[in-house]
Ligand binder design. Sequence first.
Ligand code: NAD
Length: 268
Amino acid sequence: MTLRIGLHGAAGRMGRAIVAAIRERDDAKLAAAVDREGGAALGADAGVLAGGEALGVPVTADLATLAASEVVIDFSLPEGTARVAQACAASRTPLVVGTTGLDGAAEASLAKLQAVAPVVVAPNMSPGVTLLFHLAARAVEALGPDYDAEIVEMHHRKKVDAPSGTAMRLAEVVAAAKKLDPSLALVYGRSGRTGERTREEIGVMTLRGGDVVGDHTLVLAGPGERIELTHRAHDRAIFARGAVRAAIWVATRAPGRYDMADVIGLSR
Ligand code: NAD
């Protein structure tokens, strides 16, 4: 069985990485490649755009071409996610959403889609990061309130936002496990006379430099010992491979909303 995958945001960095990740597999193939109206890559072959041989799939702005797909992967912008979710709802096509920062309009479209088709939404498609979130929650619960949680993340010097979305998600996971409200608990850097650290805070510290793809560490520091859980990304291809794995997994699910923990079997 070769799964026909449609790609939305096909001309972007992640879109091109996903074309490469699909090419690595013999159980999936690219069926359609869509990007926004007016984009420079329209008409180009998606395979060539991704730095490989032609696949005979031109990049188009026509969402109707996605109807040839058994599942669609979206890495675009929130307004793109809203539109592609609407198109998928009309054809009941399963969707994998990697786009981050989803707004109310995107969430409303996804809510309609997940009533009729299965949807995976994951701001980080790396299986390793998904496992880190899982281990973090278990570790915080097991160690209890005597262990202070601090998060350190490092990314390349070109990253323009901080902390990373993954660090924020990790902080939310830790806050939930500690039964703290993240809007009150998170502390983004310390300097000067801060006073003693309280039990109700979670430090989130950002380092920037070089070409680091993405490192995240959770430190749990207790009386007389500490444990550190670290994930290091070496290659952006992990997100693309994770998205293709999610596409293959979601194609046979019942309608509803899923995340990467479901895809890698952690929520079973
Ligand atoms: P990018 O800017 O390189 O690519 C985005 C592509 O989407 C562009 O080709 C753009 O033309 C297209 N696009 C924008 N609006 C569109 C619309 N309305 N309709 C159709 N196409 C549209 O960005 P990127 O680095 O590829 O990242 C894309 C998204 O994926 C971002 O939200 C990013 O944060 C997210 N991301 C998620 C993961 C993950 O693991 N889930 C990993 C990396 C990036």
